[in-house]
Design a protein around this ligand. Structure first.
Ligand code: NDP
Ligand code: X2W
Length: 345
């Protein structure tokens, strides 16, 4: 099959270098160039785990787009929406930032500031692969979801959409490894600050709340701000991975077997989503993979369930889902370049 020519903009960040690693194992991709803000030069000198001596990182100011089929934007929020206007329409865009995730511009502005390419927001597709696969197939611009949002929405959306759980009192407790914060320096993420501790942060004030509420509202055919969730993220002293526990109330007295079979049937064609009743879920079993593992349990309170999901924030939560979306956009098998099994222990 013909190779697609791609560029990775922001290739020196944590998600960017994961995209590069995955692309190097993709049989139908040619990397045209990589770019960064300041960290330019031979990639193997910036990242010693990459041994190729022919991959150079240029400045994003010198980025060109004419001969590309696709571009991965792995930039901080507010930078992608600046750049997209320069990209010709024939080039497909896979954006890992939040710039095109939120459909309501005033809501976007509330959380991220003024949008620099508002005209392109409407046509962008929210890139939660399993849920929006049909729209992703024909999309020109895919906005990959946030890492926490992916771990929350994969179990939550079918539970809401199939009428299994109530939309009120959705309680989400999520924990993330430190790579979720990116590679740029911040004293909050220094070893001594993070190691040996766990902290809850941005309680009820995390920027993934609007995208979670938007998608929950859409699946229920309600407004993007009609559903409210309690969301508490925690920073834990590991490099990668997200574990998310959700406490939900059932609409009817469903058995666990019922819920398990409804979810399994919803995801029957989704190679990266694994559902199990009463299976203990952990981060180790998904790190290094594009999987989302989901465990469902009966709650102790009458008519309640507890749902636990785990993903690798840099793969299903970022670069892996981005490549999955690329595969869908270009009609490759969804799993191309993504079929890793995690190492153990
Ligand atoms: N980390 C994660 O788990 C996830 C991250 N995301 C999102 O993906 C995007 C990238 O995240 P991540 O890789 O973690 O971030 P990093 O901070 O690790 O990397 C950012 C990249 O963008 C470049 N860059 C930094 N500032 C600018 C600027 N002002 N203009 C142009 N380029 C710039 C950096 O270049 P240089 O090295 O030269 O500074 C680097 O290549 C973000 O929007 C993030 O929110 C989404 C899901 C998960
Ligand atoms: C541990 C940690 O700091 N995580 C990041 C989320 C990273 C991510 O996926 O989100 P965006 O793409 O929306 O930036 C945070 O809480 O801000």
């Amino acid at each position: 099959m013909e190779c697609k020519r791609v560029a990775v903009i922001g290739a020196t960040g944590y998600t960017g270098i994961e995209v590069v690693r995955l692309l190097l194992n993709h049989p139908s991709v040619t990397i045209e160039y990589l770019s960064a803000n300041q960290n330019t030069g031979l990639l193997s000198e910036i990242y010693p785990h990459i041994l190729n001596d022919d991959l150079f990182v240029i400045s994003t100011d010198e980025a060109y787009f004419d001969n590309l089929d696709a571009v991965f934007l792995c930039l901080p929020h507010g930078q992608s929406n600046r750049l997209v206007a320069k990209i010709p329409k024939k080039v497909k865009i896979i954006d890992l930032s939040a710039d095109f995730r939120i459909k309501n511009l005033s809501l976007y502005e509330e959380w991220y500031g003024a949008h620099k390419s508002p005209d392109l927001v409407k046509g962008a597709v929210y890139g939660l692969s399993e849920i929006h696969i049909e729209n992703i197939k024909t999309a020109r611009l895919v906005a990959c979801p946030g890492c926490y949002a992916t771990a929350v929405l994969l179990p939550l959306l079918p539970l809401l959409g199939l009428g299994i759980v109530k939309e009120e009192h959705i309680i989400i407790d999520a924990k993330s490894g430190v790579s979720g914060a990116g590679r740029s320096l911040s004293s909050e993420n220094l070893f001594c600050e993070v190691n040996g501790s766990v902290k809850a942060y941005k309680i009820s004030n995390h920027r993934h709340i609007p995208e979670i509420e938007q998608e929950a509202g859409l699946i229920l055919q309600k407004g993007v701000q009609d559903i409210k969730v309690q969301f508490v993220p925690h920073l834990i002293p590991i490099n990668r991975g997200i574990l998310c526990s959700m406490y939900l109330n059932l609409k009817e007295n469903y058995s666990l077997d019922d819920i398990n079979s409804k979810l399994r049937s919803f995801y029957k064609d989704a190679p990266f989503v694994a559902i199990n009743a009463n299976k203990s879920i952990n981060i180790r079993s998904v790190v290094g993979t594009n999987q989302c593992q989901i465990g469902i349990f009966l709650g102790r309170v009458e008519n309640s369930i507890v749902v636990v999901s785990a993903i690798d924030n840099l793969l299903k939560g970022a670069a892996g889902q981005a490549l999955q979306n690329f595969n869908i956009m270009f009609s490759f098998d969804e799993m191309t370049g993504l079929s890793n099994i995690p190492f153990y222990p």
